[in-house]
Design a protein around this ligand. Sequence first.
Ligand code: 13P
Ligand code: SF4
Length: 303
Amino acid sequence: MSNVELIEKINELKKEKNAVIVAHNYQNDEVQEVADVIGDSLALSRYCANNDKDVIVFCGVHFMAESAKILSPSKTVLLPEIDAGCPMADMVTADALREEKKKHPGAVVVCYVNSSAEVKAESDICCTSSNAIEVVKSIPEKDILFVPDKNLGSYVAQKVPEKNIILWEGFCITHHRVSLEQVKEIRKIHPDALLLVHPECRKEVWEEADFVGSTKQIIDFAKESGSSKFIIGTEMGVMYKLKKDNPDKSFYLLSQGLVCPNMKKTTLKSVYNALKEMKYEITLDENIRLNAKRALDRMIRIG
Ligand code: 13P
Ligand code: SF4
């Protein structure tokens, strides 16, 4: 089937099943083109909690579809590629977190949404890259156990110095491999471009940035900025919206290694198959779901 035919079939199935297609900013261009909603982790979580469709086709990675199911249990949530996981989310397990909590009895556990439902269920509150600073500031206690991303955790620690942030040894393979040398090299080539990076990058990389934010915050910043040239320090999928929103501006990817293979697994064909065969459905243990929801709801209430 050609892409045009696939899009036609996807739209028919969407109506028939009363479905909505949501896509993360890192998805392949063809998937973003067919999506009803595109966004960062926070925007997509919020959207999934408040929509009236029966079926959510989540084009992203496993933890994102799981969050949609935690927030919308009565809906059928489908992840088109069941093997689309997040290696960083796999760097913390509920068992390991329970052990670490014993070592820091008074600490409040803040868990980045890039984590499993089981880990969320063991946490006090969730955060995303767009609200991590506000989430940590909202906590009255001083000691915070921040899991799993040590790079985002150190960014928050620098912005909220009054807190004692205990870091976990987790990181995003895609963002963590960007080096300071690459920053220096590209700065030489484009000296008048602003550097916009995701906080999942190493400390020495985000310290050099002109702006640090989530995928949506980077997209919004580039649109609103008076500058016309930008070096982009996050996964290459954001280039689709950056170029679409700003045809007169120039965008340079900080490193050619900024590709998340898991985000790239979903294609138009997999979206079509997901809707046609209603796969792969996300299911959760109700006890875990309710505990994970408590941590997600506490984050969402922050606004
Ligand atoms: P955002 O919250 O910025 O969408 O990021 C999610 C993610 O997986 C980054 O690697
Ligand atoms: Fe996970 Fe990194 Fe991919 Fe985001 S970019 S989904 S953190 S592996």
